[in-house]
Write a protein that binds this ligand. Sequence first.
Ligand SMILES: Cc1ncc(COP(=O)(O)O)c(C=O)c1O
Length: 373
Amino acid sequence: MKMNDFKLEVYFGKHEFSAPYLLTQSDCQSMSVKELLKLAGESEEGLLDNWLGYTEVPGGIELRQEIAGLYDSIGPDAILAHSGAQEAIFNFMNVMLDRGDHVITMFPTYQSLFEVADAIGCEVDRWHLIQAENQWTIDIDHLKKLIKPNTRLICINTPNNPTGYTLTNEQMNEIAELADREGIYIFSDEVYKGIELDGIERKWFADLYDKAVSLGVMSKAYGLAGLRIGWIATKDKSIIEKMTKFKHYTTICNSSTSEYLATVALKNGKKILDRNLSMIEKNLEISDLFFEKYRNLFQYNRPMCGPIAFHRLKSDISINEFCNQMVEERGILLLPAEIYSYEGNYFRMGYGRLDFENSLERFEEYLISKKIA
Ligand SMILES: Cc1ncc(COP(=O)(O)O)c(C=O)c1O
């Protein structure tokens, strides 16, 4: 299978570990092992006693029990752990899709959610999010129209990367009912779930529909990307079986230390999510003032959930050149729409980092120095 470059990773490969002002990151502020153990009230002994052998292919039972606890109707046997979310996307598409299958993908979205299906030889249609007044929205009638007799999969990303748009529970139910009527699978990438800004907790698709697969991860809402622990949840046993056999060829199993620390983190999940939510809320208050001040220069699309948003520069300047020049000259990192193969002068901004205010100040200085603001 030939894959196109993963544009976001190529761009991050150049700048993520050298640019000092990361204003686009999608993961929440991380922490050290020491900080995690302290937050959890755990001694270091447990970690030091961690056995460095192979782990169970589906993930250790303690980890899967903690993950299953996030769902209403999912048990540990309906969970399959992976190395991050990326491995799970790749493996799912490979076991569930064949050349010629029709796939509908929410768009814009994380590249692998359409790229892997495309590389398999599927026919991929995009279900576009719509720009409304200072927010993003969806049109379920458009989704209905995209369905064909050979539609095998609807690929959802809620909360959405890059827009921060989040389906309501009612919309999720409507999409699940639609897929059920047509016998279509749903793969729902829900890696930003857990930091809803409207205070309304969203369901997981795997709880709503038997042919749905929900994707979760420790990287984003929990800010623990270095653990590389992700998972899928589904009531469809045959998907778990097929993906387990495929995983034998990818990573076999997770790192035992990562599984141990992910279990500790999930036992204290609420504390971590509350910490990250309040950081995002604080950063958004600063962002609200900034974009109000520069409302003639930007279209501000406040996110509904999670640490990212997709705003628009209202200018003739190409957003690609703008972002490239800014990172090269001042080390301020934003992601231009081109990374998402998306047209228009949009860019992704991240709200999950402690130094957001400082990075935004550097951004403002840059705009003033270039006489853009
Ligand atoms: C929507 C979405 N899905 C999956 C991933 C991959 O997550 P991970 O890096 O934990 O594998 C990302 C990472 O940015 C993402 O934004």
